[in-house]
Design a protein around this ligand. Sequence first.
Ligand code: PEP
Ligand code: MN
Length: 344
Amino acid sequence: MIIVMKPNSTAAEIGAVIARIQKAGASPHPIYGVERTVVAVVGETRAVDPKAFLQMPGVEKITSISAPYKLASRESHPDDTVIRLNGITIGAKELVVMAGPCSVESRTQLMETAHAVKEAGAQILRGGAFKPRSSPYSFQGMGLKGLEILAEARETYGLYIVTEVMTPQAVPMLAEYADILQIGARNTQNYGLLHAVGRVQRPVMLKRGMMSSMEELLMSAEYILAGGNYRVMLCERGIRTFEKYTRNTFDLNAVPVLKQLSHLPLIADPSHGTGRWDAVPAMARAAVAAGADGLMIEVHPNPAEAFSDGPQSLKPERFADLMQQVKRVAESVDRALSTVPEPA
Ligand code: PEP
Ligand code: MN
């Protein structure tokens, strides 16, 4: 249910509506739009009587949200969500590019990559310190040391950091180092983890599970929003199909469809979506043309020697070329590449 406030409703009127929802045992989620405020009512709504709200000062009307993902849906929030980091926005006209290695492998490897992606125009550095590997015998990431190296790269190059968090216990620590917390495809439906990132005030990038439908992805986003963290972006990273020539099938359909269903920013990850570096540029361009708000691209100075995901990683020169192409595609659909933040 959504309580739509009148355009000139006062803070006290909105506060009274919120208090009444709480008294009835449900959870109020006010959404402050440019023109008006709406208050989404979720949770235990049986004791909430819509008629009682209609009589309250400042209330214009009551509507219902038909989608099961109440807070993630466009119905509750018609305007695009824009996530603000210090100097950049995610979900507005400017596209963001997150680039870097699959895993942080050493200080030298990360600093070299950070320098290259910054020069090419990326704003956000990616790199896993805690890696969800299919085999327990594969490289599991550098852990805390990896986070310290990421933090050093942020200071040196003025890039934001996105890195994966795998357990609820690690959320507070990761939230200290990262500007954006990544939930990986293997954890899209790890509800304990979703609860935990819902309780911190750090933006979250939620990846689509390899077997998740778009609706399941949006329901997972709903966990984070319902927890009170509204700074959530979705990431299409490919799904599993019968096709063998690519690691996953990058679901380009998801870009326009998720943008219609939800107000949350959408990032496309053609690196995991295809699993092959030679297909990454084409799918990156396609995703931008289709309306993605940003890209996640794996870049490695020496892909042949990478500890993880070498076959899908671009060399820095190829990444720099791709950035030029992306810029042109972005302009052709009335978007622009985000400018690079200044070092802190
Ligand atoms: C990654 O970003 O390196 C990663 C593990 O991605 P995914 O969770 O999409 O497989
Ligand atoms: Mn990877």
